[in-house]
Design a protein around this ligand. Structure first.
Ligand code: FA5
Length: 368
């Protein structure tokens, strides 16, 4: 039958021998066999081209209709159209079937077992110094202080002069400095210049109540002194501020850091920017004050420097020392960590060894 139609396509008069119904069935059967034999989309596309493409069998046969007498052309045209519909349907059905099979295979391949334990992502954590800094910011903001920041590259005026440390003042020797190429500037050696900046920012308004955390730099390098370290400055200026206010704030601070039983002791000291100046000790975190190796049997550990703001510093900040007074303190955060965890070397905090730092994961902290 197929042969009969093929011959018709070549132009011979096949009207008499061509049996439209039988031929149609034969073509559909043949196309379906090819369609079923195609097991992937590429093979199926090849079958489609073979039958329905520009030079496909059905296309060629349809083109050959023009040579037939009108009656035969109509009859054969109808048959060929039925064949084309049947082939198109079979192709579409096979395409859907292949797609379904591929999807089922993909589902089987990619099946997720929701009951399997997940892969826990490696979550980082904040550095212990950052955590301590935030803890202190929380504490002081609860006490009504705000957080003030200053530049790490600071002018000599803010870092020294304004704090009553003129050039050649011997106190500058205690803060061996990194100078930068720009004359008159250095890496700040302490957070105290922020005292002046904070007073300027308040423009003479009262009270001034700030803490200033941040990095500071000195030419130091040993187990307990790092060239870059972290300080937290405290400053309160108002009418009638006394040493008793300083003591109250410091007691709140050390008890938050080291526990409610911690005592403090103020020893006379010297800073050019405070008068009087004090060195503040806390009762030993190891023996509680009875004396041990950590506190060198004194019962006390040095924790920070503080004092009443020097009149000249108040004046440099734009405040009248005759009508207002203030206290200030400066705390080394690395030192707090050493005391808290009983270490005698701060360098590991800067060496980025995860085996060390992971010991401070949230929840493994002893105090506060
Ligand atoms: C000062 O820096 C004063 N500005 C503190 C101050 C502020 C006094 C306000 C009065 C009023 P001092 O040089 O002592 O003070 O340093 C303060 C703390 O910083 C020290 O107690 C110590 O804990 C820490 N510290 C100093 N040098 C280093 C260093 N190289 N590495 C780590 N911590 C350091």
């Amino acid at each position: 039958m197929v042969r009969a139609l093929a011959r018709a396509g070549k132009g011979s008069r096949m009207d008499e021998v061509w049996d439209p119904a039988a031929d149609a069935a034969g073509w559909v059967e043949e196309a379906e066999a090819e369609i079923q034999a195609a097991t992937d989309p590429a093979a199926l596309a090849a079958v489609r081209t073979r039958w329905l493409g520009r030079r496909g069998r059905l296309t060629e046969a349809l083109r050959g209709l023009g040579e037939l007498a009108p009656a035969a052309r109509r009859e054969r045209g109808q048959v060929l159209n039925r064949v084309r519909e049947a082939v198109e349907q079979a192709l579409a059905a096979r395409e859907a079937a292949l797609e379904a099979t591929a999807r089922a295979a993909a589902y089987a391949r990619e099946r997720l077992d929701m009951t399997l334990p997940g892969i826990r992502p490696a979550v980082g954590q904040l550095h212990p110094l950052t955590r301590l800094r935030r803890e202190l910011e929380d504490l002081f903001t609860r006490l009504g202080f705000s957080v003030a920041l200053g530049p790490e590259v600071e002018s000599e005026w803010y870092n020294f002069e304004a704090l009553n440390m003129p050039a050649n003042h011997p106190a500058r020797d205690m803060q061996d400095s990194f100078f930068v190429d720009v004359p008159g500037f250095l890496l700040r050696t302490h957070t105290s210049p922020v005292q002046i900046r904070a007073m300027h920012a308040r423009g003479g308004a009262l009270p001034v109540k700030v803490i200033a955390p941040g990095h500071v730099y000195r030419r130091d390098d040993d187990a307990t002194h790092s060239p870059m370290f972290t300080q937290l400055e405290g400053l309160m200026v108002d009418r009638g501020i006394s040493l008793a206010d300083l003591k109250g704030v410091l007691l709140t601070l050390v008890r938050a850091l080291f526990g409610p039983g911690t005592a403090i002791r103020l020893r006379p000291s010297y800073f050019p920017f405070t008068e009087p100046s004090v060195e503040v000790d806390i009762s030993c975190t190891v023996c509680g004050g009875s004396g041990c190796a950590t506190c060198k049997h004194s019962g006390w550990l040095e924790i920070l420097g503080a004092g009443m703001v020097h009149p000249l510093v108040l004046a440099n900040g734009g405040y009248d020392p005759d009508s207002v007074s203030g206290f200030a303190f400066g705390l080394g955060l690395e030192r707090v960590l050493l005391l808290r965890y009983g270490f005698d070397d701060l360098r590991p905090f800067y060496q980025n060894d995860l085996r060390f730092l992971q010991q401070f994961a949230r929840g493994s902290e002893g105090q506060a």
